[in-house]
Design a protein around this ligand. Structure first.
Ligand code: ADP
Ligand code: ZN
Ligand code: ZN
Length: 738
């Protein structure tokens, strides 16, 4: 750095948290430049504001004349907060997802660091200035007893921490007076950075054969890149395998990073890790305060925390000694960020493992078709746990044909009989419905009118304890009516949500305690834990709920699981809908009969001969996946092709399509071979929250041509005149096609 032209300042390429897709050049004068390395934060003037930036490169020259470059205001870090290799991973992610690099790097920092907070916690200490001990005793009057006592105390130590000052009862006023006379000075020093805590691993159960084989494969790969797919039904002992793999990594002195779905980061799971490892854990979840998040991040980065557990964004937590990455329930939708920087934490976890040269373990009872296809390409990378660990038998699945049976508000008679039977036997039942609220539609039988959201192409949902109708897409509320605004006939709620199922069951089983678990009933913190504890004690016997019920929790005494409506995912326009449906059914089925008690699973449907359901019933998830992969291959969809989706929305109806047509012509100019452009077309729900939406799909057999096109095309989109009238975004490897 020093051998840049003498006298000239050094040029820094800085990432700033802004939607502009580029780095910004600044000057650093020679006196500060030697202290700056890539990965350090600096204060920079940005437009009219002062912004925190991260230095990404030191440059010889800029595209701008040096006279046009502005100077940085100051240096925040003297030690880079990101290592060079990590910074490269972030730049790679920005490139891959075609997202502004400044926003990507900002996303990888805790809020406190984004605002310029110091990485190290500092402590203000006080000490005597050189030679002031005798001088102070000579100059201070004898009656200034407190001041003299403070001097005597401070003379016994090199410096005094806040705790010491408190113990000695030296007040701030005393210190101020002494400082005014130049006897003492304050200074800051880094707080003790806890050395890595001693790690002890407690013993777990004796592994079964499949577990032992999986552990030995993973442990054997420590220190090299490998992608393992750990495929086992719920209760087959996957978590136990993770714990052993982590123990092996800790033994080598390395850390472990564990990514879990949002909803699965429960005290139960954390408890299991704490029980096993007597070491510092960093847990990163959305409930942390800024300070707590910074502390966890810092401990991961400096190696104090040996095990780091977090949701999606934890994939960006730097580690001092990465050893292994675990991604639990890898198929979970929450690993994909659905707005802004639309990354997949699962996919980035794999890239990260590759860059670190360490193994990554993807675990699931229902692996994504992507991961299954990868495992087929890499023989030996599939680790199966075919049996439930603690001798529990798998549940039996059967279909209930809704067309053939009478039903009470959406619950068929055979299902009600089964509920009664399981309750009479002293066991618990769980009913799953992926729709909250009372009823999805308020309908007029007289003229066919239904209550619609004014801002979305969607019906309003009826809620049980509310006089308002609610839009589940934009949150809008509208007063409910009792008679039709068109024909004045009485209106009625049609269809079922979890609240209506709850009402029906309360009526039919008045003596049995029931809990409804969905986003509406579990708003308050700790509420879910309280209910789960009551379920554990067998006080609550009936559980009704949404997706919230399907993950993470263990209900050993639940022996009957009912999927109330399997049909929502059968005929979707989204090619991934059937995969999600199969995963949900298998996951919710996995809640049943985990202990000695065998489970029973009933699936209500109007399409009992649908191939998805019949395959799932006859051959389990494996048979479903095999069929689904064949279909994807024939149709040329992922994982046998790559997609990117350009979305646009605007309040004016025509604008999104106009923009997308302009984008389409721009893409045709580049005509990259192998990229198909499908659309533009209105989104399946065209209007949402008052905005009209449309999309253009990019399709290619491999990622190369897609990236090639996007690298020249996206800068062009930014300057299209039509772009100014819409909000647009690019989604690489989209999880949902709307
Ligand atoms: P998964 O993560 O696949 O759902 P877990 O690892 O949570 O499975 O295991 C399910 C249950 O079986 C847990 O209570 C766990 O303690 C227990 N378990 C796991 N492995 C064994 C084993 N080898 N022997 C006995 N019990 C086990
Ligand atoms: Zn009407
Ligand atoms: Zn709405």
């Amino acid at each position: 750095m020093q051998n840049h032209k003498a006298g000239a300042a050094v040029i820094l390429a800085v990432a700033v948290d802004t939607p502009l897709r580029r780095l910004f050049d600044y000057l650093a004068s020679d006196d500060v430049a030697p202290a700056i390395a890539p990965g350090c934060r600096v204060w920079v003037p940005f437009g009219r504001r002062r912004a925190v930036g991260v230095v990404v490169e030191l440059r010889e020259r800029s595209e701008l004349p040096v006279s046009k470059l502005r100077r940085i205001h100051g240096v925040i870090d003297h030690d880079p907060i990101f290592q060079l290799s990590f910074l490269e991973l972030l730049r790679w992610s920005a490139d891959y997802y075609r997202h502004p690099v400044g926003e990507v790097i900002a996303a990888a920092m805790p809020v406190a660091l984004r605002r310029g907070a110091a990485l190290a916690v500092e402590e203000i200490s006080w000490r005597l200035t050189p030679g002031s001990h005798e001088r102070a005793l000579a100059e201070l009057p004898v009656r200034a007893r407190q001041l003299r006592a403070a001097i005597e105390r401070l003379a016994t130590v090199p410096d005094a921490s806040p705790q010491a000052l408190q113990e000695w009862a030296i007040s701030n006023a005393t210190l101020r007076k002494l400082r005014e006379r130049g006897f003492v000075e304050r200074f800051s020093r880094p707080a003790a950075s806890g050395a890595p805590a001693l790690t002890a691993t407690r013993e777990g159960p004796q592994l079964n054969e499949a577990q032992a084989a999986a552990v030995s494969s993973i442990s054997g790969s420590l220190g090299t890149f490998a992608t393992w797919l750990l495929y086992g039904v719920t209760g087959s002992g996957k978590t136990e395998v993770y714990l052993r793999a982590i123990a092996a990594s800790l033994e080598r002195g390395d850390q472990a990073l564990v990514l879990v779905p949002e909803i699965a980061l429960t005290p139960q799971l954390i408890g299991r890790f704490r029980e096993r490892f007597d070491t510092e854990l960093a847990v990163l979840h959305s409930g942390l305060s800024d300070g707590e998040r910074l502390a966890a991040w810092r401990n991961a980065r400096n190696g104090t925390a040996r095990v780091v557990i977090g949701t999606r964004s934890a994939v960006f937590v730097p580690l001092a000694r990465p050893g292994v990455i675990i991604i639990d329930e890898e198929n979970d939708g929450s690993f994909k960020q659905q707005d802004g920087f639309r990354y997949s934490a699962r996919d980035l976890g794999i890239v990260r493992a590759q860059r670190h040269g360490i193994p990554v373990v993807l675990g699931s009872a229902t692996p994504s078709l992507e991961s299954l296809a990868r495992a087929q390409r890499q023989p030996g990378s599939l680790l199966s746990l075919p049996h439930r660990a603690a001798d529990a038998r798998p549940p039996t699945l059967s279909l209930v044909d809704l067309r053939r049976h009478a039903d009470a508000q959406g619950i068929a008679t055979p299902v009600l009989l089964a509920v009664r039977r399981h309750l009479d036997a002293g066991q618990q039942v769980l009913l799953f419905l992926n729709r909250r609220g009372y009823a999805p539609v308020l309908f007029c039988p007289g003229c066919g009118w239904a209550a619609h959201c004014r801002r979305c192409d969607a019906h309003l949902t009826v809620h049980r304890n509310s006089t308002d109708l609610l839009c589940h897409h934009c949150g809008a509320q509208q007063a409910a009516v009792t008679v039709c605004p068109n024909c004045a006939s009485p209106v009625k709620p049609v269809g079922q949500g979890t609240e209506r199922i709850e009402e029906t069951l309360e009526r039919l089983f008045p003596q049995t305690r029931l809990a409804r678990i969905d986003r509406d009933s579990m708003r308050r913190k700790g509420e879910l834990e309280a209910v789960l504890a009551e379920v554990d004690r067998n006080e609550i016997r009936i559980l009704v709920g949404t997706q919230m019920l399907t993950k993470g929790h263990h209900f050993p005494n639940v022996t009957l699981v009912v999927v109330l409506n399997a049909d929502q995912g059968l005929f979707s326009t989204d090619f991934r809908a059937s995969e999600r449906l199969a995963q949900t059914i298998v996951q919710v089925a996995g809640r049943a009969g985990r202990a000695e008690l065998p489970g029973e699973v009933l699936i209500q449907t109007e399409y009992p001969t649908h191939p998805l359901l019949t395959r799932l019933l006859s051959g389990g998830y494996e048979a479903f996946a095999e069929g689904a992969l064949r279909e994807r291959e024939q149709a040329g969809w992922p994982p046998y092709a790559r997609l990117a989706l350009l979305r646009a929305e605007a309040t004016h109806p025509g604008e999104p399509l106009k923009f997308l047509h302009a984008a389409l012509s721009a893409a045709h100019e580049h005509a990259v071979r192998g990229v198909k452009l499908l659309g533009p077309a209105p989104a399946p729900m065209e209007r949402r929250a008052g905005r009209h939406r449309a999309q253009l799909l990019l399709h290619a057999a491999t990622h190369g041509p897609l990236q090639k096109l996007m690298s020249v095309w996206i800068p062009q989109l930014e300057i299209l005149p039509e772009a100014r009238r819409v909000r647009w975004s690019i989604d690489v490897d989209p999880a949902e096609l709307f």
